[in-house]
Design a protein. Structure first.
Length: 530
């Protein structure tokens, strides 16, 4: 028992030696979930902000955001600007993107010149695959437009005009045929649209909730009897052959309704009752619900956990963002909020006693945001007025790195708490101590020059020696030649073996050893002959 207790208090200690001037990652903190809190303390009295070792927190990386953009509408030049004015009157038709919708992993973009552009996701990038022009009165595109995919048909809800397009199988020829839908909307009044299967749900503010079913090319309306004050947003899920509708009322909060397509009856989900957080925007992902409410140029986001087995709910956290958001998308671990001048990443499902710092990133003047998931990768996609953006999102691990400028030894204690792996539940802790010592490189930069200098001298000395040797060699050779000439003038064969001195010399230069042998053999031959 005593031994167990002592063991559990022993923290593991790791020792490192790091070269000065060489940044090095000491450890990656691999956790299956989010790191909720991290502490790095130094046992020696030291200011950690100027410490050579720092912890880099987990980050949701959006890689090369601006490089991964596709200009949809060429940027117009100042001199062309006048063409958008009639008699000094602004014609209101500066080309721009209005909206986009996901078609599987691909995207359809609508511009205010009624052009539909099909972008195909291919080889980790997007390419323009098809384009058509809608035959409509362009003035209606000055009002809000909603695009939805309902069972292989693109439905475009415009002010007083609703159009459908059948989508084909080939990306290069995706827009097959268009048809008119005889149900028209005042899109100024539409707050939010949701589509599941062939059902279309529209939150109309004080106009309440409208439900339609698309049969062929006809939108059939379904009666909704419950009274609603001000329907601002909604989310719909299809499960167990019924539709669960979560409707956000600006005054009352969230109510849930169930639509049974067989009986065509709608009834209120009394088990859930009403979640009394009113607001402007709602999102639900798995059992996480977020309700955003605008207040004094801020957005207050309530984070709620739903339990679908008994439809109980619990408010677990509250997040404050310092600007008004346009949309919120919940993903695993994080929620991304879309604002006019930037986007914020909030970490969710964290015990409320903790708060992880929000992370911000900028996607310039984004007007709409969405996601695609392919082969385990998550891509954030969005449009600004003229560009289409996409970016891979991934949670990068936290790590400890050190960079020393001079000789030093630091003793560090690191600890973090994080979500546990799937097997265990709750909060897990991790502790690690380090002794990190900086060491001088074996050769410093100044020393390097000295070494070069020495090498240079050694090399020149070597070359001089070789040159001298060669000279001596030649002398010797000539001497031997002369000797032979004097001693053996009559023997022709031996004369042949002694080739011309120049030729022999050439040989010497390249293969010193063998040439030495040849000379030795020549000398021995000399003796033989003698
Ligand atoms: C640590 O150093 C930073 C920058 O030099 C300084 O702003 C901060 O006040 C210091 N903190 C402490 C606790 O000394
Ligand atoms: C995918 O893109 C990469 C880099 O852009 C390129 O090298 C590769 O050939 C492309 N593959 C296909 C199948 O187009
Ligand atoms: C487009 O609609 C506007 C407003 O309804 C109308 O004034 C205009 O004449 C229409 N333009 C065409 C070309 O039909
Ligand atoms: C309905 O909700 C919107 C916010 O989405 C608000 O601006 C508007 O004033 C509300 N209308 C009424 C009548 O409460
Ligand atoms: C929802 O949560 C459950 C259990 O935590 C998980 O098995 C499931 O994959 C999640 N669904 C989604 C869409 O993430
Ligand atoms: C959800 O509710 C059921 C029934 O009350 C309960 O057994 C279960 O533990 C709850 N789940 C969570 C995650 O609270
Ligand atoms: C980090 O330090 C604070 C203050 O010393 C402490 O309350 C907290 O428990 C520490 N967290 C971890 C994960 O060690």
């Amino acid at each position: 028992m005593l031994i167990f207790l002592t063991l559990s208090f022993v923290r593991s200690l790791q020792q490192y030696e790091i070269l000065i001037g060489n940044p090095q990652i000491i450890e990656y903190y691999q956790t299956s979930g989010i790191i909720i809190e991290q502490n790095l303390t130094s046992s020696v009295d030291m200011n950690l902000t100027t410490s050579p070792c720092q912890v880099v927190p987990q980050q949701l990386i959006n890689q090369n955001l601006l490089q991964q953009s596709l200009p949809i509408i060429p940027q117009y030049k100042a001199e062309q600007f006048s063409q958008f004015f009639n008699d000094g009157q602004f014609s209101g038709l500066i080309p721009r993107i209005i909206s986009f919708v996901n078609v599987g992993n691909d995207v359809v973009i609508l511009t205010n010149s009624a052009e539909l552009i099909y972008l195909q996701f291919f080889n980790e990038t997007f390419v323009v695959a098809d384009k058509i022009n809608l035959n409509i009165n362009l003035t209606i595109l000055q009002y809000p437009v909603f695009m939805e995919i309902i069972q292989n048909q693109l439905i475009i809800i415009m002010y007083s005009d609703t159009i459908g397009l059948t989508l084909g199988a080939k990306a290069e020829n995706i827009f097959e045929k268009s048809f008119r839908i005889y149900e028209s909307f005042n899109t100024n009044k539409i707050m939010s649209v949701a589509v599941v299967n062939n059902m279309l749900f529209i939150a109309m503010g004080v106009g309440g909730l409208h439900i339609f079913q698309l049969n062929g090319q006809v939108l059939g309306s379904i009666d909704f009897q419950y009274s609603i004050n001000n329907a601002t947003d909604l989310k719909v899920f299809h499960q167990f052959d019924v539709y669960f509708i979560y409707l956000l009322d600006y005054d009352l909060g969230v109510a849930s309704f169930i639509y049974n397509p067989k009986s065509t009856l709608i009834y209120k989900n009394e088990e859930l009752g009403t979640i009394p957080f009113s607001g402007d925007i709602i999102d639900i992902y798995n059992n996480t619900m977020m309700i955003a409410h605008f207040q004094d140029q801020q957005t207050i986001i309530q984070e709620i956990k739903l339990n679908y087995s008994d439809f109980s709910w619990k408010q677990v956290n509250k997040h404050v963002i310092n600007y008004i958001i346009v949309d919120i998308e919940i993903l695993d671990h994080v929620a991304i909020t879309l604002g006019q001048n930037g986007n914020t990443v909030i970490f969710h499902s964290i015990p409320s006693a903790f708060q992880i710092k929000q992370q911000r990133f900028i996607m310039p003047s984004l007007i709409k945001l969405n996601f695609i998931k392919t082969q385990g990768s998550l891509y954030l996609i969005g449009v600004s007025l003229h560009n289409f953006y996409f970016s891979k999102l991934e949670l990068k691990q936290s790590y400890l790195y050190c960079y020393f400028e001079h000789e030093q030894q630091v003793e560090l204690s690191y600890s973090h708490i994080s979500e546990c792996t799937k097997k265990e539940t709750g909060i897990c802790t991790y502790n690690q101590d380090y002794i990190i010592q900086s060491i001088k490189p074996i050769i410093t930069t100044e020393q390097k020059y000295l070494v070069y200098l020495i090498l240079f001298f050694v090399a020149s000395a070597f070359i001089s020696i070789v040159v001298v040797l060669i000279k001596e060699f030649r002398k010797y050779h000539r001497f031997v030649d002369n000797l032979e000439m004097n001693v053996q003038k009559s023997n022709e064969i031996s004369m042949e073996t002694f080739e011309s001195p120049t030729k022999n010399f050439k040989y010497n230069q390249t293969k010193t050893h063998s040439s030495q042998f040849s000379i030795i053999s020549n000398i021995s031959r000399l003796h033989q002959v003698q």
